[in-house]
Design a protein around this ligand. Structure first.
Ligand code: PMP
Ligand code: GLN
Length: 386
């Protein structure tokens, strides 16, 4: 008798990021699909990493993360969000934000619990909820500016609601939550057992002088929140797969119970390097928003010479475009077609449970200016995509 494998995730295939990057490689296209920079982390950070490796930092770090790094993170959190957190009990270093999100969902969602996610949603949330035997309730963001539809949230909350997952700045749309969205979340969860899982991996990538609105900045919300961050985005090092989460002690204690058996620890040398870099560097973090705003502006200026329409991204390193003047194809087919023609993008429908009938795609502008200009030259030549 042959082995029967009953899938725990029967509807899950390979992620769209993997699919599109493979397709870009196959066709030699400029890869503006999966989000990652084509430039290196700061030189001093790479030096610190080499130093850590040469210095023999090859064995396990403490399960919750290197003390020196957690202390630096506590200082950063205090100065950015005026939140005093205990580095020993309220910060955990994780092998990437994905792991932190997974551990938080696994630790806090019980079978039958409902979790509100806002579509389009980052693709790792729903499978983690499903594995925890929770029920993802997909609420669409508003169609015009990808904001939270407050009436729908009020209507959706009930005694089974256990978690609300937010993501600001938002992948894939580039929208950001306003401060009064946080007020709303505080109000709507008051006197409930609802946890806010706040994916803030693009915390530094907020443009046009705006501030990033973190759950960490709001007392009432922090008490019920887990905030998740990624060094991959902040230091141009997605392949280092290191991030961290911040939560009050009672939530963090449960997350650590899962983290210690999912991966146990994050990479040691990376943590040494980051601890040193945080302690010594003052320029990288403060220049990040301007650096990415420059790339967004360059990319958007070029897009004006194409048939795409768009609203400039308010955050992240992604730009959403409407391609309806170019094509009637559905988004997956459209992205496949332009990848074959030289520039890869990510379709929006995989981020939805029930994709609306729109013509939207996402480009990543975390690329050298030369790469962006080359891609824009190809995009400007598109007159019709069939
Ligand atoms: N959340 C969002 C919204 C992301 O865009 C990413 C980037 N892949 C992640 C989480 C995961 O980050 P990491 O690579 O640190 O796991
Ligand atoms: N977060 C990245 C993106 O949105 C990709 C991460 C991944 O490939 N899993 O493109």
């Amino acid at each position: 008798m042959s082995l029967t494998v009953e899938s725990k995730l029967p509807e899950v295939g390979t992620t769209i990021f993997t699919v599109m990057s493979a397709m870009a490689a196959e066709h030699g296209a400029i890869n503006l699909s999966q989000g990652f920079p084509d430039y290196n982390p700061p030189e001093a950070l790479v030096d610190a990493m080499c130093e850590a490796l040469r210095d023999g930092k090859h064995q396990y770090a403490p399960m919750i993360g290197l003390p020196a790094l957690r202390e630096q993170l506590a200082i950063t959190v205090q100065s950015r969000y005026q939140r005093k957190v205990n580095p020993d009990s309220e910060i955990t270093v994780c092998p990437g934000a994905t792991e932190a999100l997974y551990c938080a969902i696994t630790a806090l969602v019980h079978p039958g619990d409902e979790v509100i996610v806002f579509d389009p949603a980052y693709d790792s949330y729903a499978p983690a909820i499903e594995l925890a035997k929770g029920k993802a309730l997909h609420l669409p963001l508003t169609m015009d500016n990808f904001a939270i539809d407050r009436d729908r949230v009020r209507d959706a909350i009930n005694s089974r609601t256990r978690m609300i997952i937010i993501n600001t700045p938002h992948n894939p749309t580039g929208s950001t939550l306003a401060y009064d969205d946080l007020d709303f979340l505080a109000e709507v969860t008051r006197d409930t057992n609802i946890v806010i899982l706040s994916d803030e991996v693009y915390e530094y990538l907020v443009f046009d002088g705006a501030q990033h609105n973190s759950v960490l900045a709001k007392d009432e919300l922090f008490q019920r929140s887990v905030a998740v961050f990624s060094f991959g985005k902040t230091f141009h090092a997605t392949g280092w797969k290191t991030g961290y989460c911040v939560a009050p002690q009672n939530l963090m204690a449960e997350i650590r119970k899962v983290h210690q058996y999912v991966t146990f620890v994050a990479n040691t040398a990376v943590q040494f390097a980051l601890a040193k870099f945080y302690a010594e560097d003052t320029e990288h973090l403060s220049g990040l928003a301007d650096f990415y705003q420059g790339k967004r502006d360059l990319f958007c200026a070029g897009l004006k010479e194409t048939k795409f329409s768009f609203t400039p991204s308010r955050g992240t390193y992604f730009q959403l475009v409407d391609y309806s003047a170019l094509s009637d194809l559905v988004d997956i087919e459209f992205c496949n077609a332009i990848t074959r023609s030289g520039v890869a993008a990510i379709p929006l429908s995989p981020f939805y449970k029930e994709p609306p009938d729109h013509r939207l795609a996402r480009f990543c502008f975390a690329k050298n200016d030369g790469t962006l200009k080359q891609a824009l030259g190809i995009l400007a030549d598109f007159t019709r995509i069939e």
